[in-house]
Design a protein around this ligand. Structure first.
Ligand code: ADP
Ligand code: MG
Length: 639
């Protein structure tokens, strides 16, 4: 609790004690014996006014300000009218007095408000805490002395030193040292990762055991940590349909209930003649119930909690609309390379077809792939092993889904699949091995091939099984790779459907076809596409929910995606769906509960059964329970 909330709380406690005292005095009948009727009534009126004003003077002030600004229908206004109305019933001295209710409504309204402010503040803070991944400084060597500088001042290429216990401030590659790195804040993964020379490290992780010298690869504003913070900060802007519905609903609900309250207070007494106090009281109960606060606060808070909880386990959701869509996913489409497989291919064979030796073939291929980001290119360069001479490479052109074309040592070199060879009119020998085959051509003539094999991700099979278990109807794999490789992967993982040898455009077409099929089946069935971002940014944008592998994926994919999985594990998709469903369940519970109780009280009040006591307890109680329920959305660790 902050200082303001503490003062608020103390004020409520003082008012509450006074209220109880006054209530006891009023009930004891002592006033009546001293002052008679109606003197005792006026004395009670004055006495109840004290705790009422202590508890609610700020509400009265807010209401007055609201009226002056012309937006009268806010909750301060409603509470003011309801409580002032209860006190005003003193004008009908022959009926039961209602000052106690007036003061109580204000008191409990304030208790509810204080609780709301506390709960909202607390959940905001816990998300902020958990998101407390922003590094404060970076260590650099200046004149052989370690100096702390703002991470913003460090540029790519600079070397920084990360001591044990410090947070890694910028993304980079380890150039010296070895250590364990705790990635829990980013991925929710509790087992530390090993970081050795040449390993990539990402900002936001904590360096645990040894000092690391890291060569920075990205400026701070593009580093993982900045991107995550930006994502989470902007998430509340993209509102779910349910949230918009509640806002719209509240806009109509309050005026309608207030209107009915006025009619209820005026028409029956006029028509039936008399009974003013009773009907006015029924109208006042309506006013107390007319405030939509439980909904207006708890629904966004539930989404906020769901998004916050998900980010705690390494699932970044860019808005509550995507959480809502995730809960309705019925088809999940996967990219293969880098998504279901590790994308770290190993070269398993090099075969030459011409004059070149194997070493020369690999040398040519590695140089042609010198500038490619594709995982295939990385594996060829790794197999080559030696440092690349970039001066030998010119005119590089990468054709997605085909391969690369470059001029190496002044001669055109092609590295890619059969499609690439065909496109350049090269006759090549089809290699029948199971695996991805890269054909290499030099100067327009076929020179040999490189066979590479990729591994399935450890949790790929479990991920597909978990999706089916979660009720996802269909899983589909799209790949640019060969059909036999695709078939093997699909059957290993029990994927329902696969399409191979697709160009990026082909992937978009497949997704569009599936989207259409879904739209035909049910408007609610959503399609998610999961990719690593190499060649699939267009599909990510096209799907209802685009999910990108964050740690390995390209920046473009993280931009294009709606959900980012920080640790690249496909099993996180089912988890994201479970988090989304839990959040939606909580949202629905809150809506049903709040509306149910409100309508029940409204009906009881119309028939004169519910009094103001019931109304205020219903209102505050519902708000408190709804908020507590909303906070459950944050705990997702076990999902
Ligand atoms: P996936 O859809 O499985 O992720 P991609 O669309 O990234 O696959 O690539 C499809 C195919 O295109 C690869 O299997 C490979 O044959 C070829 N290819 C793409 N990029 C390259 C490259 N840089 N070097 C060689 N071949 C490539
Ligand atoms: Mg890919």
């Amino acid at each position: 609790m902050n200082a303001k909330q503490k003062r608020w709380r103390n004020r409520i406690i003082v008012a509450l004690i006074l209220f109880v005292l006054v209530y006891l005095i009023a009930e004891s009948g002592w006033l009546a014996s001293q002052l008679g009727h109606p003197g005792a009534l006026y004395a009670e009126f004055a006495l109840f006014l004290v705790p009422y004003l202590i508890a609610g003077y700020d509400v009265l002030v807010k209401a007055a300000r609201g009226i002056m600004r012309g937006n009268a229908m806010d909750e301060s206004f409603l509470m003011t009218v309801a409580t002032v109305g209860a006190f005003a019933l003193v004008l009908f001295p022959d009926t039961e007095p209602h000052m106690a209710e007036g003061a109580a409504v204000m008191l409990f309204y304030q208790v509810g408000e204080l609780f709301q402010s506390y709960a909202v503040g607390k959940s905001r803070k816990s998300i902020a805490d958990m998101m407390d991944i922003a590094p404060e400084f970076a260590n650099i060597m200046v004149d052989s002395e370690l100096t702390q500088v703002d991470p913003f001042e460090v540029s790519p290429g600079d070397e920084i030193i990360v001591k044990p216990g410090e947070r890694i401030p910028l993304d980079g590659v380890v150039v010296q040292g070895a250590s364990q790195v705790d990635t829990a804040a980013l991925t929710g993964e509790s087992v530390p990762r090993q970081a050795r020379e040449n390993d990539e490290v990402i900002s936001g992780c904590v360096n645990l055991t040894g000092a690391l010298t890291v060569r920075v690869t990205k400026p701070f504003e593009d580093s993982t940590v900045s991107r995550i913070l930006e994502l989470v900060e902007n998430a509340s802007e993209k509102k779910a349909r349910t949230e918009n519905f509640i806002t719209r609903f509240a806009r109509y609900y309050t005026p309608v209930v207030v209107g009915v309250a006025v009619l209820l207070a005026l028409i029956p007494p006029v028509v039936l003649g008399g009974g003013w106090a009773d009907w006015i009281q029924r109208g006042l109960v309506f006013l107390v119930v007319s405030c939509p606060c439980a909904l207006v606060i708890s629904v966004p808070l539930s989404f906020f909690g769901g998004i916050g909880g998900a980010s705690r386990v390494g699932i970044l959701v860019k808005g509550s609309n995507y959480l809502e869509a995730l809960a309705q996913v019925d088809t999940v489409v996967f990219d293969k390379t880098g998504t279901l497989t590790n994308g770290t291919f190993a070269v398993t064979a090099v075969e030459t077809a011409g004059a070149l030796t194997r070493e020369e073939l690999l040398d040519l291929a590695a140089h042609a792939e010198a500038y490619s980001n594709h995982p295939i290119a990385a594996s060829v360069r790794t197999a080559y092993g030696s440092a690349l001479d970039h001066a030998r490479v010119e005119d590089v052109e990468e054709v997605s889904g085909h391969g690369v074309r470059a001029t190496v040592d002044g001669q055109e070199v092609l590295v890619g699949n059969g499609k690439l060879m065909r496109a350049h009119g090269v006759t090549w020998e089809e290699n029948a091995v199971a695996g991805t085959v890269l054909y290499v051509a030099k100067g327009g003539a076929y020179a040999g091939c490189i066979v590479i094999a990729d591994e399935l991700k450890e949790d790929a099979a479990a991920a597909i099984a978990a999706l089916h278990e979660a009720g996802v109807r269909r899983t589909v794999m799209l790949t640019g790779d060969r059909a036999d490789v695709a078939r093997a992967v699909a059957s290993d993982l029990s994927i329902d459907e696969f399409h191979a040898e697709l160009l990026p455009q082909g992937k978009v077409e497949q997704v569009e076809r599936l989207l259409e099929a879904n739209a035909g089946a049910s408007a609610k069935a959503k399609l998610a596409f999961v990719g690593d971002g190499i060649n699939d940014a267009p599909v990510l944008t096209r799907a209802d929910v685009g999910i990108a592998m964050g740690a390995m994926g390209s920046d473009a994919a993280i931009e294009a995606a709606d959900v980012v999985l920080m640790d690249d594990r496909p099993s996180q998709i089912a988890r994201a769906i479970r988090v989304a469903r839990k959040t939606m369940r909580i949202v629905r519970q809150n809506i049903a509960f709040a509306l149910g109780v409100k309508f029940a009280v409204l009906i009881l009040a119309a028939f004169g059964i519910a009094n103001m006591w019931m109304a205020v307890f219903a209102d505050v109680g519902v708000a408190v329970l709804a908020i507590l329920n909303a906070m459950r959305a944050m705990s997702v660790k076990k999902l």
